[in-house]
Design a protein around this ligand. Structure first.
Ligand SMILES: [Zn+2]
Length: 236
């Protein structure tokens, strides 16, 4: 369950959080979503008689996406859930994926590249939206961007974004990708949203990938006929 204290202080883009009273929204939406079933998730928004437009829980939205593991050479078993770790007095609200400097960083999903942003803590960063513009994916501490990367371009899952580095406030001896997901608000501003833990979505996608080839051989169908088989695996 994503929730955060209702702080009124301004927050930097590298640390996307919401100022909304998260507990109230989350409770209403979780209940609504459960009542409607997962069929509600693809639409992203749901109408209620009492309140009008309600934001569907980011965890539910993320569960409907088939995320790729965004770092070259990293498997699901190597991922650690660091979402709830403390960082400089606040909750991390992201996962750190350790990798050698220069390892490739890939897009976890299809969707538009919304912002290339350089910040003191995040260093070289990428903000990408999901195809419906309901979730934002945030990649930080890059060593450099991939050639040809530009704001507004359409990305496909596993497109090369850049390379693992230590830009921003990453410890020089610990290159890693800081990867965060947040649920965008109605205005769909790239710097504002409700943090969502990506750990389960990343590890679940990877386990599906491991099962996909076996399923293809059991049915005797050529793998080329399996829908999205190519996408159901880690990048690189
Ligand atoms: Zn981090």
């Amino acid at each position: 369950m994503s929730s955060t204290s209702a702080s009124s202080e301004a927050r930097a883009p590298w640390e996307p959080r919401t100022h909304a009273p998260a507990s109230a929204i989350g409770t209403v939406v979780r209940g609504l979503t459960l009542a409607m079933g997962l069929a509600a998730a693809p639409f992203g928004w749901a109408q209620t008689a009492e309140t009008g437009i309600v934001v569907v829980d980011g965890d539910v939205l993320l569960a409907s996406r088939n995320l790729a593991i965004p770092v070259e050479g990293v498997t699901a078993a190597m991922l650690r859930d660091t979402f709830f770790d403390s960082r400089d007095g606040h909750r991390h609200e992201a996962i750190d994926i350790a990798a050698p400097r220069g390892a490739k960083v890939f897009a976890v999903d299809d969707g538009r590249l919304v912002k290339l942003f350089t910040s003191v803590p995040g260093g070289l960063t990428v903000y990408q939206f999901d195809p419906q513009g309901r979730l934002a994916y945030y990649y930080a501490h890059l060593d450099r961007y991939a050639d040809g990367l530009r704001e507004g371009m359409s990305l496909h899952r596993c497109d090369l974004l850049g390379y693992v580095g230590v830009s921003g406030n990453a410890p020089p001896g610990s290159p890693h990708l800081h990867f965060a997901v947040f649920r965008l608000e109605a205005e769909r501003q790239w710097w504002k949203g409700m943090p969502v833990n990506p750990y389960l979505a990343l590890t679940r996608s990877a386990s599906k990938a491991a099962n996909a080839p076996a399923a293809a051989s059991l049915t005797g169908r050529p793998s080329a006929q399996m829908p999205r088989l190519e996408g159901n695996k880690a990048c690189g």
